[in-house]
Ligand binder design. Structure first.
Ligand code: KIV
Length: 257
């Protein structure tokens, strides 16, 4: 098994895993120093392309953005989301996962779903493809984004699915918008690292969408904490540039040939 995967797995019950998304080289190279995992998430569909859901994201879009991200990632484990309708059966999943890995040189891929993915995950791992699972709210198939784990049936299903994914061979699972005590239980029972997003502090690590973290994406989800306000910084820079251009303060001799 790859060294980077073993390092992520060894963090279970020892130290927290830090994961952020990147869709391009410049962002990836800045966050790489601070992350254990960099995810090229299909959230790029809504964040960059204004799609109403991630369903419209294509394999080619994921590959092109991942190629850019690859140039910026030196130390983190790089994981790429397989988009909607690219892993409907084992044959399709294997073909597309191999394509993503060969074109982007990523370390692993991520799939959304539980029980119905067991055979697909087994096929991928048998072919030495590292797989990250994704349970809880599943944006590729969700009809709403309400948190999971409100009732007994939902709790039983997610708990069962997390065990099934572990048995099928995933090296880690993203748990999205899951009630705190259930996330705690899953993190305790499942032996691979659980990386939460809106799934409490009890998980083995946390993931956030970088554009949300830096205030570039106007999302108002409870699980998002804004750590800086890049929107304001871009606005201020553009305003200063505009003033300099209209008053001919820019370019000066220094910026001219
Ligand atoms: O697509 C994505 O960015 C994700 C994270 C939110 C976990 O799946």
């Amino acid at each position: 098994m790859q060294k980077k995967i073993l390092i992520i797995k060894s963090k279970k019950n020892k130290s927290k895993i830090v994961c952020l998304t990147a869709y391009s080289k410049n962002t990836a190279s800045i966050i790489d120093k601070h992350c254990d995992v960099i995810l090229v998430g299909d959230s790029l569909g809504s964040v960059l392309y204004n799609f109403s859901s991630t369903k419209k994201v294509t394999l080619d879009m994921m590959i092109e953005h991942s190629k850019s991200v690859r140039m910026g990632v030196k130390k983190s484990l790089m994981v790429v989301d397989m988009p909607h309708n690219t892993y409907r059966n084992s044959k399709e999943a294997l073909k597309n996962a191999k394509k993503i890995i060969s074109k982007t040189k990523c370390d692993a891929i991520k799939l959304e779903g539980g029980k119905k993915l067991v055979q697909i995950i087994k096929t991928l791992t048998k072919n030495k493809i590292q797989v990250m699972g994704h349970l809880g709210v599943l944006p590729q198939s969700a009809t709403n984004f309400k948190f999971k784990g409100k009732n007994t049936a939902e709790r039983k299903n997610i708990l069962r699915d997390s065990k099934l994914l572990e048995e099928a061979g995933v090296f880690s699972i993203v748990l999205e918008c899951v009630e705190s005590s259930l996330a705690k239980e899953i993190t305790k029972i499942v032996r691979v690292p659980i990386i939460g997003i809106g799934a409490s502090v009890h998980c083995d690590g946390q993931v956030l969408v970088t554009d949300d973290l830096i205030g570039l994406n106007k999302i108002r989800a409870r699980f998002v904490k804004k750590y800086s306000n890049i929107e304001k910084q871009i606005n201020d820079a553009a305003l200063k540039f505009k003033k300099d251009v209209v008053t001919t303060k820019f370019p000066t001799k220094k910026h001219s040939y």
